[in-house]
Design a protein around this ligand. Structure first.
Ligand code: F6R
Length: 237
C-alpha cells in the first residue's frame, strides 16, 4: 500500500486528479470506478480543468459508480446520478451512455443488483477504483459487518451514515435508509484502488483501516490485502 500525505485538500485533490488523468491517458479503453460524497468533489473539479485544457479526454472512458440511494430517481437532486452529472459528467467529454450508476427506482432491487454486477463483468475489470471512507470505516455503502466477499447488493444504511448524509437533505425524514452498493468482493476485483481520505474527523478510522486488524467490523481494513492500493490523505498519521 502506498500512502501519499498531502498538506491539504487542494493538494490531495490535485494528486488524485493527476493519477486518474494519467490512468486515462495510458489506456485505450479505461474503465473507472467512481465515488460520490464530499471527498472527491475538488478532484472532479480538477479533472474538468484538465479536460478543458485538453490534457486528457474521457471520450473512450467508461465509469461505474459505487452506489445509489434506493427510492430516488436520477432527476432527484440528491441522487448520486444527479450529483455525478452535475459535478463531473456534464462538464467533460464523456458519453453519458458510458456512465453507469445503479437505478435507484428499479422495481426489483435484487434484479438491478444482479444486472449491475453482470455489467461490471462484461465491461470490466475496473482499471482504477476511487474510494472515499465513511466515518465508520465503510467503503461504498458496505457498512460494518458486511461480508468481504459481497457482490452488488441492497443494503440498509446505519444510523451514523444516515446522519452523515443528512447534511444534503432538508430534513432527516427525507434521507434514504437503503441503497444499492457494489459489494466489497466486487470492489476488490478492481486492478488498482485509490482511497481518498480528507479531514481530521477521519483520523482514528483511517489509522484502523491502515494499521488495525483486517476485520469486517472495519470494512476499509480489507484494503490492506489488495495488491495495488494508493491512499492519499491530508491527515497527520
Ligand atoms: C460514496 C460512497 C461513500 C463515501 C463515504 C465518504 O459513493 O460510497 O462510501 O465515499 O461515505 O463520504 P464523504 O466523502 O462525503 O465523507
Amino acid at each position: 500500500m502506498e500512502i501519499i500525505k498531502t498538506k491539504n485538500n487542494d493538494e490531495l485533490s490535485a494528486k488524485a486528479a493527476e493519477i486518474i488523468a494519467d490512468k486515462v491517458k495510458s489506456m485505450d479503453k479505461p474503465v473507472l470506478g467512481l465515488a460520490t460524497g464530499s471527498t472527491p468533489v475538488v478532484t472532479y473539479e480538477k479533472l474538468i480543468e484538465k479536460v478543458k485544457a485538453e490534457e486528457v479526454s474521457f471520450k473512450n472512458v467508461k465509469t461505474f459508480n459505487l452506489d445509489e440511494y434506493i427510492g430516488l430517481s436520477g432527476e432527484h437532486e440528491n441522487s448520486y446520478r444527479y450529483f455525478m452529472n452535475d459535478i463531473l459528467f456534464n462538464h467533460i467529454d464523456i458519453d453519458l451512455k458510458n456512465t453507469y450508476i445503479p437505478n435507484g427506482l428499479a422495481e426489483d432491487a435484487a434484479e438491478e443488483c444482479a444486472a449491475y454486477e453482470a455489467l461490471i463483468k462484461a465491461e470490466g475489470p475496473i482499471d482504477l477504483q476511487i474510494l472515499g471512507l465513511g466515518l465508520n470505516g465503510h467503503i461504498a455503502f458496505n457498512e460494518p459487518g458486511s461480508s468481504f466477499e459481497g457482490r452488488t447488493q441492497e443494503t440498509k444504511l446505519t444510523a451514523s451514515t444516515i446522519e452523515a448524509n443528512a447534511r444534503f437533505f432538508d430534513s432527516m425524514d427525507e434521507v434514504p435508509t437503503t441503497a444499492v452498493t457494489m459489494g466489497i468482493g466486487t470492489i476488490l476485483e478492481a486492478k488498482e484502488i485509490l482511497l481518498l481520505v480528507q479531514g481530521e474527523a477521519k483520523a482514528e478510522i483511517l489509522k484502523e483501516v491502515l494499521n488495525g486488524p483486517v476485520t469486517e467490523d472495519v470494512p476499509g481494513s480489507i484494503l490492506q490485502k489488495h495488491p495495488n492500493v494508493t491512499v492519499i490523505t491530508d491527515i497527520e498519521l
